[in-house]
Ligand binder design. Structure first.
Ligand code: ATP
Length: 192
């Protein structure tokens, strides 16, 4: 079985690529999904560490994200709680896939390079798009302002550095049909 990492900057088209890969029958495990699961499972610990992000028994993930965004120490503390959970769950699911005979498993991890995970994979697929296009797509989708987009984007590794470290790059600089065709071509190349 080949284990491949999927990443890219905000609004590059990672989720759209992941969706196409699923249509092609690839098992794609989404780190964000396991982080959501982890936040629910570890709610008590998280609320003890960040009471301001909880109301009674309810964890407010948006409040938690705001709380750690500009506070590196708090972010580290949250990551120390969540990341081991996410890694363990993705590892478990990958082992199950291996046992079932899957040829290719993809881990979709937005901060793959930032968290030093590249060595875990046979290769890393980076989805990239011109900055202007990424900004326009994210603003259209989420209503984020230009400044909010820029602040989030600048908190990550620059896109050109991700492209430099990539094993494969899919450029998402045209329409969705073109993107699908590029994903299909990549898939044929890696499973041949
Ligand atoms: P994020 O990091 O914010 O989660 P992402 O990298 O997963 O983003 P997507 O969610 O796949 O990116 O794409 C961002 C938005 O741009 C979505 O609304 C998606 O439908 C749209 N989009 C992606 N690629 C294209 C394209 N080639 N043409 C038009 N719209 C696109």
């Amino acid at each position: 079985m080949r284990l491949v990492g999927l990443t890219g900057s905000i609004g590059s088209g990672k989720s759209t690529v992941a969706q196409r890969l699923r249509e092609l029958g690839v098992l794609v495990l989404d780190a964000d999904e396991y982080a959501r699961e982890g936040a629910a499972v570890l709610k008590a610990e998280i609320c003890r560490a960040f009471p301001e992000a909880c109301r009674g028994d309810e964890l407010d993930r948006a409040a938690l994200a705001r709380r750690v965004f500009n506070d590196p120490e708090a972010r580290k503390q949250l990551e120390a709680l969540l990341h081991p959970y996410v890694r363990r769950r993705m590892h478990e699911e990958t082992e199950k896939a291996k046992a079932k005979g899957h040829q290719l498993v993809v881990h979709d991890i937005p901060l793959l390079f930032e968290t030093g995970r590249e060595g875990d994979f046979a290769g890393v697929l980076v989805v990239a798009a011109p900055n202007e296009l990424r900004m326009a797509r994210v603003m259209a989708r989420s209503g984020l302002s230009k400044d909010e987009f820029t602040a989030r984007d600048q908190s990550q590794m620059p896109q050109e550095e991700k492209v430099r470290r990539a094993t494969w790059v899919i450029w998402n600089d045209a329409d969705l049909q073109a993107l699908r065709a590029r994903v299909d071509a990549w898939y044929r190349e890696v499973v041949k």
